[in-house]
Design a binder for this molecule. Structure first.
Ligand code: LM2
Ligand code: CA
Length: 471
């Protein structure tokens, strides 16, 4: 497994929601690799129920790597192609549950299953599931949240050694195929002790060290809920999602980004949030995109600015979400059938019509900000200053500087940076260095930041050394 950690990559994760393995492989070569993405987090690879909706992915039928997104051969090929491009693949592991109790029949790969706990292709039998057959209703009761059914999904008894060995076999197989890590689904619904047991059994089985792969646990914290299901309980087993970030970004960009209470400067400063080195963060993911607590593509410039902020700031491991445009929350990927998602087609005309892929990783500002993020690694936030209503600028020591204008009018200002004197490309605005700003010997530059726009400059993008990466 030496090859897992030998690739020298940045830490940005692109979430390739519902993207098939062939298309992810293509993006690794054409986009993620050249622009410096570290990892691509893919949708669950195991066999699921059939159906056009995206959420079929979260109803496992077996651990066969044969899904709407591709076959095991395509999955393996994707890992190799991505690895060659310097990009690690993170698999979404659905281990809390199997298919809903309201489902039965045959999965995408032909495996039989029912709503009574029979999954012969694993195999699981009714005794492998928790006794509680109620749906989860009481989030102040950890027993209810962890041992009953999330949305009617048959809840695996992860306290049972047989169940854990099936899950560990599945995850070990993924590591053996070369995945760089996991995003683990619905972790607040699994007792922290069970997650710890699973993880140590996985390490024992594979002989890997815990730093050899990523282990990102989805735990949606809420102070009104039971203490056992809060993010803090899972910090010992890996990284943990911090959903306060997407919520705060929405408050900030929908209001005043300089607000003392709801603005950007408070992000990650509270001791009740997941510590930066353990936090998995995003502007949105597929769940928040369908809820009320995140900015999405539907928010236009604020969405782009929030992504730029997150990539420029110094809190948590940033994820860039790439899904598709939709009107109906249940709608599956563009042209998905009940058993297959066709290859992703990225619009080249900026089209945002429902049923079109959203290739966020190809947007100029996102590409530029991924380069920014990598160029400023290991530096602190410096030179934080408000330059006007809804306008803020901050630097990353002598490596980069971002000025954000979230107001409705352009603003000309003289920004103070800690950058060396020189001419820099505005990587937020253009991909070809056709727009530049000049930093003087005192570290200042004077420029106009457009309404709903930004200026992002860093030491890795200057006209003298600029080489553009074409798509
Ligand atoms: C997650 N994280 O903890 C995923 O990020 C989230 O997308 C999943 O929900 C959830 N946990 C379970 O893995 C999605 C979706 C649900 C959907 C489930 C299962 O948001 O709406 O539930 O996946 O596919 C659907 C139906 C629901 C039905 C259930 C069982 O919407 O009405 O409940 O299937 O058949 C009877
Ligand atoms: Ca559970």
């Amino acid at each position: 497994h030496a090859e897992i950690s030998s690739v020298n990559r940045g830490d940005v994760i692109v979430i390739a929601f519902q993207t098939n393995w062939r298309s992810v492989a293509r993006e690794c070569t054409e986009t993620y690799g050249p622009e410096g993405v570290g990892y691509v987090q893919v949708s669950p690879p195991q066999e699921t129920i059939t159906g056009t909706q995206w959420w079929t992915s979260y109803q496992p039928v077996s651990y066969k790597l044969d899904s709407k997104l591709g076959t095991e051969a395509e999955f393996t090929n994707m890992i190799a192609t991505c690895k060659a491009a310097g990009v690690g693949v993170i698999a979404d592991a659905v281990i809390n549950h199997m298919a809903g109790a309201d489902r039965s029949g045959t999965g995408v790969a032909g495996s039989k299953f029912d709503g009574e706990g029979n999954f012969p292709a694993v195999p699981y039998t009714p005794s492998d599931f928790h006794d509680c057959t109620e749906n989860i209703i009481n989030y102040s009761n950890a027993d209810n949240v962890q041992n009953c059914r999330l949305s009617g999904l048959q809840d695996l008894d992860t306290g049972n050694a047989n169940v854990r060995s099936k899950i560990v076999d599945y995850m070990a197989k993924l590591l053996d195929l070369g995945v760089a890590g996991f995003r683990v689904d619905a972790v607040k619904h699994i007792a922290a002790a069970d997650v710890a047991a699973l993880k140590s059994e996985l390490l024992a089985k594979t002989g890997l060290d815990e730093n050899d792969f990523l282990f990102e646990q989805e735990v949606i914290g809420s102070t009104s809920e039971a203490k056992e299901i809060q993010p803090v309980n899972y910090l010992g087993t890996g990284k943990v999602s911090e959903f306060n970030v997407n919520a705060r970004l929405k408050q900030a960009f929908n209001g005043d980004i300089n607000s003392a209470t709801f603005g950007l400067s408070g992000i990650g400063t509270s001791s009740s949030w997941v510590p930066s080195n353990k936090a998995a963060v995003w502007v949105t993911n597929w769940d928040t995109e369908r809820g009320d607590n995140a900015l999405t593509y539907k928010d236009g410039s604020r969405y782009l600015l929030a992504n730029a902020f997150l990539l420029a700031y110094n809190y948590g491991q940033p994820h860039v979400y790439a899904g598709y445009y939709f009107n109906n929350n249940d709608a599956g990927a563009p042209s998905a059938s009940t058993t297959q998602v066709p290859d992703m087609k990225c619009p080249t005309d900026g089209s945002q019509t429902s049923g079109t892929w959203q290739c966020t990783q190809r947007w100029t500002a996102i590409r530029g900000m991924i380069g920014f993020h990598n160029a400023v690694a290991h530096t602190k936030v410096t030179d934080w200053k408000e330059y006007g209503d809804n306008v803020v600028g901050f630097g990353r020591a002598d490596k980069g500087y971002l000025a954000i204008n979230n107001s409705e009018s352009p603003l000309e200002a003289t920004f103070t940076t800690s950058l060396p004197a020189g001419t820099y490309c505005n990587v937020y605005a253009v991909g070809d260095c056709s727009k530049t700003v000049t930093v003087h010997r005192d570290g200042t530059f004077t420029a106009t930041v457009g309404a709903g726009s930004a200026i992002a400059i860093h030491v890795g993008a200057q006209p003298a050394t600029w080489t553009s990466t074409s798509l």
